[in-house]
Design a protein around this ligand. Sequence first.
Ligand code: HEC
Ligand code: HEC
Length: 213
Amino acid sequence: MKNAKLLTLCLALAATATWAGPPVAGGDPLKLKGNAKQGEEVYEVCSACHLASGIGRPDGTLPVIAGQHTNVLVKQMVDIRSGHRDNPTMFPFAQSMSPQEMADSAAYMHTLKLSAKNGKGSGKNMKRGKELYEKDCKTCHGGNGEGDEAKLIPMLTGQHFKYMQRQLDEMRAGKRKNADKDMLKVIKAYSDADIEAVSDFMARLPVAAPKKK
Ligand code: HEC
Ligand code: HEC
């Protein structure tokens, strides 16, 4: 009886929980002020995969992290560290970072310049991509894919086509556990062709890094 009650309570908590960040020893990195100069040193080990430019790879294995909102970068690192976002290759690196190092490296990555040479798709389904984006994505990700720092919504401008296509595919399949619940509702109904079209449209949005608040 006692156990059943406890289980119900746990289930209720899990259902109502909003993202507040899994516990990280040493404090919540989202509340710390990042120092980009210190972050440059932290980033050295990261550049082995993410490249010194932070531009990643057009083949979609590594995202563009250059210019991304600092809060978004921190949240993703916290999620990767806790296993809430599955990333076995980066997991040990995320685990070895202190909260201050997360805040610092995010501040540094934000200062890196976006490039308009990001990977693109075929360019054949722009009309469909634009329709879908404006109907389903714009309210959260913004008219130019600029995202929203305060709401932890990623900037998508300048991101690689193949990376976005893969993320959407993984979210739809329920494989990216930290995905936004309301975004999932939209993505669930998407066909492969829809994902392809909207990813290509986003990859071609004009490149401009979001301004720091
Ligand atoms: C061994 C390679 C590797 C190393 C080293 C590495 N990462 Fe990553 N990182 C990845 C991969 C792969 C992804 C994308 C995972 C996916 O596709 O879901 C990623 C994703 C990220 C993301 C999420 C980006 C987004 O747009 O959602 C952030 C932030 C990040 N890494 C920061 C760092 C930092 C900071 C370091 C250094 C402390 C680091 N990474 C070291 C491989 C690496
Ligand atoms: C209700 C708000 C909302 C809507 C609507 C929405 N998104 Fe998102 N999206 C988010 C949030 C929040 C995240 C970050 C989730 C996380 O922390 O992992 C995200 C993440 C993403 C990512 C991964 C970015 C990265 O760097 O890994 C892509 C790609 C994306 N969204 C595309 C889309 C597309 C395409 C649509 C429309 C079909 C859409 N989103 C609709 C809120 C939304």
